[in-house]
Write a protein that binds this ligand. Sequence first.
Ligand code: FES
Length: 345
Amino acid sequence: MIQSKLMTRFYFDGQGFDAKSDETVLDTLIREGQQVNYSCKKGSCKTCLVKHVDGALSTGSQRGLTLSLKRDHYLCACQCKPTSGLKLKSVLAQNLFTSAQIHSKQYLSDSVVKLRLKSSEKINHCPGQYINVRRFDGLTRSYAITNDPLDGFIELHIKRKYNGQFSDWLFNHASVGESLLLQGPWGNCCYSTTYVDDDISLIASGTGLGLVYGIALDALKSGHQGQINLYHGGRTSDDLYLHSSMLQLMLAHRNFTYHGCITRSQSKEALSMSRVQLGDPFDIAMMYFPVQVKPDSKSRHRVYLCGEPDFVLKGQTSVFLNGVALNRIHVLSFDYKDLRSMSRT
Ligand code: FES
């Protein structure tokens, strides 16, 4: 009895649930054994979307959603604190996903494949955003978009992960013509023409390169005037999977410079590759940063970071301490990658 007073009763698909005081809607549904989609629990991946039917919505329930999703009463179950009598309902996949097919597959290295997807409806996006990809059995993952929307395709760089159920399927088994579902795009780690005179550092690890490469192309195509430095980190030179494209881009644009950064000592041959240095991409990038004691709002420096969460967090701290204001640091962290089609047990 005392317990129920501390609980907040809300309704999902007509069924009543009692949330504990520190729980979100998603937490309660998971605890109650409901089959719900979720992954990041941070409001990033948007796989936990549900619809608002009635009752008061807690602040932040719709944070990060597009205007049209807000207008259509969607919210993130992981960001919603239940209020008494709140009524929510589940959503059908077809209301959120667009059908698409694999248009082409190109292997960029032994472990990275480039996919071009053609969607049935036009998807407006920019390089720097990400999209959720769902296959026939409901398994879903998120990937960074690497191209601009003008050619009508969605381009993704997929790294085959050890034991990666989805990435291995895309890399080895999915064929051209394979049907997929797409949800998104999300995120705003994009270039803007208002940055035209800024000096930009693009720092990425692994397939984060695809995203920063797309941003570099977008900036150069928009007539960017400031200097652009792109740092790509990998363990060995084999991980620098767009090395020759980067060199060509350098030749074509006097304000674009590429730095391949490898962290594992290799043969002299590997290290003699043009523009490859031994070292952490942040340590190498810092060598080119103007040294400032504290973040300077007048600085023309702007930084984009993309890769695994640890890498991005380390980079954010590092560039902030080197004088780049937080509003000039743009990040896309791969912490939304582990999307589930079923609830975790
Ligand atoms: S947005 Fe809710 S689980 Fe990712």
